[in-house]
Design a protein around this ligand. Sequence first.
Ligand SMILES: Nc1ncnc2c1ncn2[C@@H]1O[C@H](COP(=O)(O)OP(=O)(O)OP(=O)(O)O)[C@@H](O)[C@H]1O
Length: 275
Amino acid sequence: MRQMADVNAAIASPDFTTVFSPLDSADAELSDRVAPRDPGVEPVILMEHLTKVYAAQPNKPALDDINLAIYPGEFVFLVGHSGSGKTTLLNTILRNVKPSSGKVLVAGQDLMRIKNRRIPFLRRQIGAVFQDYKLLPNKTAYENVAFALQCIGKPRGVIRAQVPEVLRLVGLGEQMDSLPDQLSGGEQQRVSVARAMVNRPPLLICDEPTGNLDPAISLGIMKLLERINRTGTTVIVATHDREMVDSMHRRVIALEGGRVIRDQERGGYGNYGTL
Ligand SMILES: Nc1ncnc2c1ncn2[C@@H]1O[C@H](COP(=O)(O)OP(=O)(O)OP(=O)(O)O)[C@@H](O)[C@H]1O
């Protein structure tokens, strides 16, 4: 009873973002949605002459003069051979990697000048699904997602309201109390997606979210990302999953040797091997 009162209070509080309700209706006729690119719309990500040279490879830039604008609500695939710079580009957006030169703005913030104390605030605006961001093995699906909110000081009532909602959204309403090793690979990845989006970030970035998953499960993850995108979240996915990219007809940015070699509004995977 007390718990229900907490939940109701949380829903009424300004901290609660009832985030996920538009999703059912969003399943309708939105597949042709194209993000706005009116002159007045600011890009959520802007890169100008962005270059990253790692000290270990001084003669081979990981990113080489990247110029890109990604607008709110876009769904973007990042493709290219292994070592072409996809992860470095995503890590630049999270400010895990500091560029060597050029300009990068994320949600209007200049990441070349951002103060260290502001970086955690930047990261709260960005949900990240990386293959190596493992779930905590001794926590249930519920606790793994709740932990992300606890870390940023969300009230208990908000956590009790939002965590079940997001887990139901990713299709794990019945498995909230399962530990990671009681879940399949695809289910674990869905917990990662739930964890990344529970705070309703305006930007979701995913590095190989379907790596090592079988094709049917990969499709489920991609459909989930598509639904999240339909609520207005900008989604960027680095992937080697040719079938996925070819079937979704979304914007495709291809990297080669740290350079953008293709940027298509509705593209396909292209001629890359899987590695
Ligand atoms: N921390 C690092 N230190 C030095 N070099 C690095 C580092 N991280 C990446 N690199 C190099 O930068 C280049 C780009 O690597 P990156 O991981 O961004 O490519 P990728 O396209 O994500 O590859 P994959 O598809 O295999 O994940 C590669 O030459 C890689 O060896």
